[in-house]
Design a protein around this ligand. Structure first.
Ligand code: DAH
Length: 322
C-alpha cells in the first residue's frame, strides 16, 4: 500500500510541473507507459504475499484508474493551451482583402472631368431637384412647347421636377458669371423611362458650355474631336448629324466610332439667343456652344457594355472588372 501511495505522490508531483506536450508525454511514459511505474507495480502482484494480494490488486486498479482519469484531463488542458498559443500565428499567410474600386461610371466621369479640366473648363454642379424654370423655361422650352414631349419628366410637385438633363446648370452658371465661360457640369438626371438595355429612369450626363466673343461651331467640333481622341485613342472618329434642341441653333448630335461601332453620345449646338436673353447676356455680342454628353454612353462604348442596367445592379462580379 505504501508503494501505491508513493507512485501516486510521485505522479502528482510531476504532473504539477507539466507545461507542454513533451513533458506530458514523459509523464505518460514514466507512469502509464508499457514499462511505466504502474505497469511495473502490476508485475509485482505475483511476488506479494497471497493474503494481501487481492487488496494490493484492487489498490493498483484504483490507482491506475485515478491516474488515467487525471492524465486525460491534464492532456486536454495542455492541448487547449497549445491551441491558444497557436491562434495568433503571425507567420501564416494573410487572408486576401478586397479593397473595392471606383464604380465604372465614376471612373469615366473622372476621366471626362480630367480631360475637360486640362482644356481649361471649370467643373460646376447643380441641384438634381430643379424648378420647371431652370429645367425648361429658361432653356427656351415654354410650357406649351412640343419639345417637352421629348423628355418624360418626373414631377415632385407642380413646378418642381427631377432634372431631366444637366442643361439647367448652364442657366445657373450664366446667371452668376459673365463671359468668357468655359464649364462642364457632370451629374445624375432622371426621366420617366422603363428600364431596358438602353434606358434607365436615371442616368448621367455631363453638360458643356463655352461662351465668348467669337465662339463658333468649329470650336465645338475641335473640342469634341480632341476629347474623343483623349478618351478613346487616336483611332476614334467623331461624326456630327443635324438635330433639334430648343436651346441651340443650329443643333446637332454626334456619334463616336470606337472598337468597331458607332455610338451616339451627345446632343450639342450653338446656344440659342433666347437662352442668352433669359440670363441677360447680349446675343449680339456673345456666342457660345453647348453639349450634353451621356456619361453612361461613353462608358458603354469604352468598355463595350451592351446593357445600361449592369451599371446599376451592383453585381460585384460586374463591378470588380474595372
Ligand atoms: N439636354 C439635352 C438632352 O438631355 C442634351 C443637349 C443637347 C445638351 C444640346 C446641350 C445641347 O447642352 O446643346 O437631351
Amino acid at each position: 500500500m505504501e508503494k501505491i501511495e508513493k507512485i501516486k505522490q510521485a505522479y502528482f508531483r510531476l504532473a504539477e510541473e507539466v507545461n507542454n506536450s513533451e513533458q506530458l508525454e514523459q509523464l505518460r511514459i514514466e507512469f502509464l507507459g508499457r514499462k511505466g511505474r504502474v505497469t511495473e507495480a502490476f508485475a509485482m502482484i505475483k511476488d506479494v504475499a497471497p493474503d494481501i494480494r487481492p487488496k494490493f490488486g484492487a489498490g493498483l486498479n484504483q490507482l491506475k484508474k485515478e491516474l488515467e482519469q487525471h492524465f486525460k484531463k491534464l492532456k486536454e488542458e495542455v492541448e487547449g493551451q497549445a491551441a491558444d498559443q497557436k491562434a495568433p500565428d503571425v507567420t501564416m499567410p494573410g487572408r486576401p482583402v478586397f479593397a473595392g474600386n471606383r464604380h465604372p461610371l465614376l471612373k469615366i466621369a473622372d476621366e471626362i472631368k480630367n480631360i475637360f479640366h486640362s482644356f481649361g473648363f471649370t467643373i460646376e454642379d447643380g441641384p438634381e431637384i430643379e424648378t420647371d424654370y431652370y429645367n425648361f423655361e429658361a432653356l427656351n422650352i415654354p410650357k406649351s412647347h412640343p419639345a417637352r414631349a421629348m423628355q418624360d419628366t418626373l414631377y415632385i410637385s407642380g413646378d418642381v421636377v427631377l432634372r431631366t438633363h444637366t442643361s439647367p446648370v448652364q442657366i445657373r452658371v450664366m446667371e452668376e458669371r459673365k463671359p468668357p465661360i468655359r464649364m462642364i457640369a457632370p451629374g445624375r438626371v432622371y426621366r420617366r423611362d422603363t428600364p431596358d438595355a438602353t434606358h434607365s429612369p436615371f442616368f448621367h450626363q455631363v453638360e458643356g458650355l463655352v461662351v465668348g466673343e467669337s465662339v463658333t461651331f468649329a470650336d465645338l467640333k475641335g473640342v469634341i474631336q480632341a476629347f474623343a481622341h483623349r478618351m478613346f485613342g487616336k483611332d476614334a472618329r467623331v461624326r456630327f448629324r443635324p438635330s433639334f434642341f430648343p436651346f441651340t441653333e443650329p443643333s446637332a448630335e454626334y456619334d463616336v466610332w470606337f472598337n468597331g461601332r458607332w455610338m451616339e453620345i451627345s446632343g450639342a449646338g450653338m446656344v440659342h439667343p433666347n437662352v442668352f436673353r433669359s440670363v441677360g447676356i447680349d446675343p449680339e455680342k456673345y456666342s457660345g456652344y453647348a453639349f450634353g454628353m451621356g456619361i453612361d454612353r461613353v462608358a458603354m462604348l469604352k468598355y463595350d457594355i451592351r446593357d445600361i442596367r449592369l451599371f446599376f445592379e451592383n453585381d460585384v462580379r460586374f463591378l470588380r472588372q474595372f
